[in-house]
Design a protein around this ligand. Structure first.
Ligand SMILES: CC(C)(COP(=O)(O)OP(=O)(O)OC[C@H]1O[C@@H](n2cnc3c(N)ncnc32)[C@H](O)[C@@H]1OP(=O)(O)O)[C@@H](O)C(=O)NCCC(=O)NCCS
Length: 186
């Protein structure tokens, strides 16, 4: 399959924040922004792979600044890393107040998308052509992120199974919770 550049699939979507997107104080719901991020990640990953893609995981979503009704939100996505069937899409979210022209960077995050064939099996995606030092640095960071994500999944699975109820209660002694249920006698 022919290798593709980062520019080939670079995608930006822009959306005006209207009142139905917001809560009672005029701040846009985080879930609405997540949905837009998912949309732009899908388009970017589909362009690169030429296939149907699914979202597998999301990393680094933090809302650093509130987004308000009347602002114009732009989400720019590009492929940072490709594995065999997976792609890490980097997304930068910027919100602009049209009246003042003031822009704020509200969030950057990473969506891992996997390409699938029509029968649902995993599809091998095209290699990525790295045309600049930035492309190369992002690919390198993506490789580290993929490795860390796998480790996090493994640790979470193992710890939840291995930790006893008493060990959990002991480790929560300094936390702001009260264990208020009757424990089963062993
Ligand atoms: C993602 C999915 C395809 C993984 O299937 P699997 O049989 O476990 O396949 P693998 O373990 O071979 O993983 C396939 C790829 O996904 C990546 N992957 C799997 N789990 C992952 C995770 N939690 N985070 C990041 N990447 C992950 C693997 O690293 C691998 O990448 P590579 O092919 O580039 O090396 C499968 O779990 C799936 O279809 N999930 C549902 C996705 C979906 O429907 N999303 C929409 C939500 S409504």
């Amino acid at each position: 399959m022919e290798a593709r550049t980062v520019d080939y699939s670079r995608t930006t979507i822009t959306e005006l924040m209207i009142p139905s997107f917001a809560n009672f104080s005029g701040k846009v719901h985080g879930g609405l922004l997540l949905s837009l991020m998912d949309k732009v990640a899908y388009v970017c990953a589909s362009k690169h792979s030429g296939a149907y893609c699914v979202t597998v995981s999301v990393d680094g979503v933090e809302f650093k600044e509130p987004v308000e009704v009347g602002e114009l939100v732009s989400l720019s996505a590009s492929i940072n890393y490709v594995g065999n069937s997976s792609m890490i899409v980097g997304i930068r979210v910027v919100s602009l107040k049209p009246k003042t022209g003031i822009e704020k960077h509200t969030n950057s995050c990473y969506f891992t998308m996997v390409a699938k064939n029509d029968d649902g099996s995993l599809m091998t995606v095209p290699r990525l052509i790295l045309e600049s030092n930035d492309d190369m640095r992002r690919f390198y960071d993506g490789k580290i992120l993929k490795k860390m994500r796998r480790q996090i999944s493994q640790v979470l699975d193992r710890e939840i199974k291995d930790v006893t109820e008493q060990a959990m209660i002991d480790s929560l002694a300094e936390d702001r919770c009260d264990v208020a249920y009757e424990r089963e006698k062993l």
